[in-house]
Design a protein around this ligand. Sequence first.
Ligand code: BES
Ligand code: ZN
Ligand code: ZN
Length: 494
Amino acid sequence: MIAKLIQKTSPVSQSTKINQLLVVLPKQDKSSGNFLNQHIFYGKEALEALLIRRKMKAEEICGVPVSANLENGSLCAWVIVDQEESIFEQQTCLCKALQFLQEENPEEIHIAVYGNAKEKRILAELAIFVTWVNGAVLPSRKTDRKRIYKKELAKIILHGYKDASGFALLRGKAEGNTLARELTILPPNELTPDLYCRRVKKLAKDKGWKYQKFDLKKLRKMGAGAFIAVTQGSDSEDAGIVHLRRSVKGAKKSVALVGKGICFDTGGHNLKPTRYMHGMHEDMNGSAVALGILLAATHGNLAVNIDCWLAIAQNHIGPHAYKQNDVVTALNGDTIEIINTDAEGRMVLADTLSLAAKQKPNVMIDFATLTGTMCVALGSRYSGFFSNNDNLAQQAVVSGKICGERVLAFPMDQDYKIGLKSTIADIKQCSMENEADHILAALFLSRFVNKTPWIHMDLSASRNTGGLGAVGSDVTGFGVAWGVQMLQRTLQNQ
Ligand code: BES
Ligand code: ZN
Ligand code: ZN
């Protein structure tokens, strides 16, 4: 659950006793001079004393949050936000400031914003999102009762600004991001395909989405041979493609969100070594991100129809598992030569994209922890994407800058396809050489999207030790805020 928000237009009074307070100030304005000197704000004397003690100037704490205990007993963190910096930098700075307060496990946090009306709105949006996202307690199975557990943040009291909708879309984004992280963190024995589908079914019922599962029996009958190949190694018959639909009355645009939902990736017969298999319960992150965006759009009342397609399965080793040199026929009729059973993501996505594209959405976006080479190329602070549409690609980059989830466009030129040429089938699943596999994977997927304007997001930033931007946890939920931004842009372009 996300914290309850109470908004007060008036600035917080110095005489109010507050346990934990985040003071968010705009950077000095060149025309009006130093903000700190010219304005009154909560804990001003204590901050001035701190600056004198540290022999620092006010400018020096811009982007470097500080905290102090006030005489009245409050713990106060101050942060000066430079709006000329990137949103990512601003979020990072607020996240650090919030950590000072979170060390005390508060159930309630006060936020005070200062500046002119526009500045207050921008600062409030930043601070509220960061506080919502980091106030949630993520799943943990520790039983050490002596340890002081982080308590869920129950309440945020915002002073100095009031939003008429109560920041509905922002709240949705924080909820969507939290859902994505919660699902991703769950251990694989608690999120088998069966348990995952049940959870999604319940959520669909609660949120008013249409739920349909294409189970293995149905998929076999339909000829979804690429998806089926990956599931052959599993004993259970619980894998499938889940289709959720959110219909909005009067909405003109339809967006398809597709997600890789591999609940555990052993690599299959081309088994992963221990070090690389560890963490592969997070290989369903793409599907969790797609689900998070759907939740955010629902809670934020975005006027867009959404079809969400989750490719839920496990990649196991076993006597029936698919193997190198197998040739399978995908849903669109293409034959695929298997080169490496660990390249399972593109297999399950191939048929899922075919299904999604059949409905001719205006835009289709897939999310997947698809390739190790994308992580090599970018590290885990950016995610890389591919698109068959230049306009969409530009929007993707801009959306990344606006929301603080940074993305980079990768090339998908046809000549790379030579690496996927098969002597026995229409296409190879991947190449034996690992060179530029993220590009080959995107080209492989492009076969299944037809002419649909499409983005493939390879989520190298799904996990970043120490958090990323607005998010303080290692699992980042990267893609939810970006996806919501893309939905907003799609709506603007109609
Ligand atoms: N899920 C992995 C890719 C991955 C690994 C993403 C680690 C994020 C972190 C994917 O299924 C995979 O194993 N890909 C192979 C493809 C190769 C066999 C062509 C890889 O990247 O090694
Ligand atoms: Zn794999
Ligand atoms: Zn995988």
